[in-house]
Design a protein around this ligand. Sequence first.
Ligand code: FDA
Length: 391
Amino acid sequence: MKVDTLILGAGAAGMMAATQTGGATLIVDHAARPGEKIRISGGGRCNFTNYGVEAGCFLSENPHFAKSALSRYTQWDFIDLIDRHGIAWHEKTLGQLFCDGKATQIVDMLRTEMTQAGAEFWLSTEIGEVHHDGTHFVTTLTRDGRPRQVAAHNLILATGGLSIPKMGATGLAYRIARQFDHEIVPTRPALVPFTFTGAALEPLAALAGVAAPARVTTGGTSFDEALLFTHRGLSGPAVLQTSSYWAEGQPIRIDLDPEDRIRSALRHTRQTEGRKSLSAALAPHLPQRLIAARLPQASTTRIGDQSDQALSEILAQFRDWHLTPAGTEGYRTAEVTAGGIATDGLSSKSMESRTVPGLYAIGEAVDVTGWLGGYNFQWAWSSGWAAGRAI
Ligand code: FDA
């Protein structure tokens, strides 16, 4: 069987590419259903993009690489698309856009668009070795136990990263890219909770379930969002964001009062209600369990007895908390994979290989990793669109 374009991976990026390619297109996936990560994303409502998408919200060895695709297929273009399909949506927080209903509406929309574009779609399909015979990329695709050789002028690698192997993530795109002499930026789990061990874990695990707004910093990069204590360590949006910038052995700093509001509130309480306990004075600002854990004497100490110096030391317990994670929860729970197919080898305009004409790489498989908040889907839409349009 001969096609113009073979797309490996029917996730967000592959499906978007298939809506744009001209000519005969075949899109294949080993999963029984397409876009499984879209389906489970955003708690089932898919955080499909963000009002604030810009290149600065992405990590890559080349921070400029994502600019072209992101500016040619923007968040507004995707919003237009879902509006045309009558999918209702809303902004949740920080520019994050979610479906009002189920995330599967987005999968259905992409399927409809692919069908209209004439793309053929094979699920539950195993992909064999790939080689180039001088004119075509050739591989064997096995569906229902029946192997078929397929030859394609163009091959789009869209099998994503290594995150959540249980959902069918494999390193296939990296393997094929390597085979065609493309470099792979070392991969690591990103947007992932931190784990702690031994004595460092005990105080955190004791607070499991407690959440609070915080600024979490590592290596000069900070995020102000919610922090969550877990039985294994730390999670929550601020932590997930920080994890993408974290290197093993590096400390993180937690500031539970980044706007510096508590100090003046405590001073005011000291003046007006000096008999109050420290824990009562702190209670409007911080979770009670956290106060008790960080300042065991707080319930028996009067706010009126604290000097300015003492207040500073008390606040430091919450504002200058240094911890060194033992590691992360790994690909098992990581929302994305950082690193991947090196951008040096790809055209930022078309996602085509600079050295192997007809070979393209898109989506999470490429060394472009977005922040939490809809940025990774926007990269999948933009890079998929750019490759599809170029063909
Ligand atoms: P994606 O992983 O979507 O698709 C790859 C496809 O290739 C899959 O269908 C897979 O089955 C297939 N495949 C892999 N190996 C194969 C092989 N060997 N043979 C055949 N097929 C193969 N992002 C965001 O912006 N907003 C959000 O709300 C969320 N939420 C979220 C929640 C959870 C739990 C996760 C794990 C991730 C998110 N993300 C997210 C990230 C987002 O899902 C991710 O960045 C995109 O799905 C990447 O799109 P791709 O198409 O590149 O890969």
